[in-house]
Structure formats: C-alpha cells, structure tokens
Design a protein around this ligand. Structure first.
Ligand code: ADP
Length: 332
C-alpha cells in the first residue's frame, strides 16, 4: 500500500514523465540541434548503423535528458541511463555496456563526474567497441579482452570545459544547448498546460515563460504552482493577472530572478560594493554550494548581463544596480 505522500510522489513523477516530449517534432526549441540530429539519425538508420556518440552540454533543466530519450525513440533503440557519480568502478561500466543490444544507447548524465578510471575505459569502448579489463588479483590477475556490440554513448554535462580532451574528442556529435527564447517557452507552457488539463490564456503562458530563466524545467515548475494558485484563488483559469500574482507570491520577479539571485546580487552590492568577489566568498555568504552557484545561478545572470566575470572575481553590473532598485520599489 502507498501512503498518500508516496502517491503524491508517484503522481508528480508520472506527470514529469508525461511532460517530456517523446519525438523530435514535439521537442520545442533548440532548432539548430534538432535540424542536425534529424539528419544524422536518418543517415544512421538508413545505413543500419549505431548513431555516432553525442555530447549534450548546457545548464541544467534545458532538456538534455529529454533529448537523449527522444534520440532513442527516433532511432528505435534501447536506452539505458546512468550518471557519472553512479559509476563507482570500471566493472559498473562494463556491466552496463555488456547489457546493451547492438545499436543500443547508453546515456550518462553528469558525465564530467565519472571516475577517471571508468572514463579511460570508455576511450576504447567508444572508439573500437571493446574494453580490456583485468580479472583476478595478484598472481592470477590477467587481462581479458571484451568485445562490445556497436552502441551510442550520449553524455550530458553542464560543463563541457571540465571534460578531459580525450573524452570530448571521442564524441562525433557535439550539441550545445541554449537557453530558450520566451516565445519557445510560451509554447512549452501551453503544451504542458494541455497535458495537465489546465485552462490557460496565451498571455498567462507568456507571463510564466518570461519569468522562467530561459529554462523549461523552471517553466513547468512555475506552471504547476500557478495552476495551484489559479484553482484556489480563482476559477482555475490561468490568465495574465493570475500568473503575475502567483509569481509575485513565489518571489520570482519580472526578469525571472528569484530569491537566491536577489541574495547573490544584494550580497555583491551591499557587502562588497559591487565586487569583484570570489566564488567561495559568495558561497559562504549566501549559503549555497559553489557548484550550485556556478551551474544554476550564475550562467543566467551572466547571460542577462547582471554580473560579469573577471580574473579577480564576479562584479555586479549597472543593470544589477538598476534592477534591484526597481524591484525594491515594486516590492513596496
Ligand atoms: P536536463 O537533463 O537538461 O537537466 P531535462 O531533460 O530533465 O533537463 O528537462 C527538464 C524538464 O523540462 C523535463 O521535464 C521536460 O519535460 C522539460 N523540457 C525540457 N526540454 C523541453 C522541450 N524542448 N520541450 C518541452 N519540454 C521540455
């Protein structure tokens, strides 16, 4: 029996699953990547070969896992998923590779966090479809040559820069995922609303899209909270006004900056006179891990021009000063 909490968990989980587009044509945005991939997929299928290895990189929540699933569906291939930190020893990797059907796909999320020794094993697996492993210990230790079926490795990383060059070079297809345009996010929100059977006006979807930091995962999360608000405070319809009030309540401002962003910018401006401030200082001050700041907070602030990175640390821009003043005013 499931407790009501577990039931809620599974509902959220299956919702998450249904929100994921299954085919390339349902996958909105990332036009350049889709265009390229559709050619490579078609060519590989015509030749009845495995697709070349694909590296998807970009900030979290932009649809890397979703894209891996879509590629598997389009290739009509079996897919196994794991993540860098879950691979503890080379044997874990061999077991996964050995389990693949010919033409199958292995998806490794956070591939930059895979142990070195497993990473080195991937070199021959990716290039020539074999691994050499040592079996036994001491006197009985001997190398065993393990041929593998042809397969496709799809790696996802938030940081292509931290991937070693030999690994990066073995990916034939490199796809840089970009932040989504507001119009693309608006279409994603409209699609998700229809999956969730939520009534929504286009202006309501746009309001959510505008405040989602260019990120589908955030757009879907905000949509769910706005839906709650609409059901409790309104008649269930998500229009511009409801969306705006719900997002104000969530303390997501008009540029999509949330309380963590505000804390970060305020710390830089109030405590460090706008910077330069080092990452570790910021991390200690706002109580967020350095990795979280680097992967999830900073990229959007950099892209939108609220901060700049210099060799001596981060600095807050004029735009940040103006924005905080304005948000402060609208808050009151
Ligand atoms: P990542 O692996 O890059 O962190 P995910 O693939 O887990 O991101 O995507 C996060 C969520 O955003 C998913 O639940 C998915 O429903 C949604 N999503 C991502 N990209 C798209 C897209 N292009 N169209 C529609 N929904 C998307």
């Amino acid at each position: 029996h499931l407790t009501s909490e577990q039931l809620m968990d599974t509902t959220e989980h299956s919702l998450e699953h249904t929100l994921r587009p299954q085919r390339l044509e349902q996958y909105l945005g990332q036009e350049k990547i889709k265009q390229e991939l559709s050619i490579y997929i078609k060519a590989a299928k015509n030749r009845e070969e495995a697709l070349d290895h694909v590296l998807l990189y970009g900030p979290p929540g932009l649809g890397k896992t979703t894209m891996a699933m879509v590629i598997a569906n389009e290739m009509e291939a079996d897919i196994r998923t794991t993540s860098g930190p879950a691979i503890e020893k080379p044997g874990d990797l061999v077991a996964l590779l050995n389990d693949l059907e010919p033409g199958g796909i292995l998806f490794i999320d956070e591939i930059h966090r895979m142990p070195r020794i497993a990473e080195e094993m991937l070199y021959s697996a990716m290039e020539d479809f074999f691994v050499d492993i040592i079996i036994g210990q001491g006197d009985t230790a001997h190398p065993v040559h393990f041929p593998l079926p042809p397969f496709t490795l799809i790696g996802a990383t938030t940081r292509a820069g931290t991937l070693s060059a030999p690994l990066r070079d073995r990916f034939g297809i490199l796809a840089h995922m970009e932040y989504y345009k507001k119009e693309e996010l608006e279409r994603i929100v409209l699609r998700s609303a229809s999956v969730l059977q939520t009534q929504i006006r286009q202006e309501g979807a746009y309001e959510i899209a505008k405040r989602s930091r260019g990120t589908p995962r955030i757009a879907n999360r905000l949509l769910k909270r706005v839906r709650d608000y609409a059901e409790v405070k309104g008649e269930g319809l998500v229009d511009q006004e409801i969306a705006s009030s719900a997002l104000d309540l969530l303390r997501v401002d008009h540029e999509g900056l949330d309380s963590v962003d505000h804390k970060l910018l305020n710390t830089m401006i109030m405590l460090y006179n706008g910077g330069p401030v080092g990452l570790n200082t910021l991390s200690a001050n706002i109580g967020e891990e350095m990795d979280t700041i680097e992967d999830m907070v900073e990229p959007f602030l950099l892209k939108e021009g609220f901060i700049q990175r210099t060799s001596r640390g981060r600095i807050a821009t004029q735009k940040a000063y103006e924005h905080l003043k304005l948000t402060h005013l609208t808050d009151n």
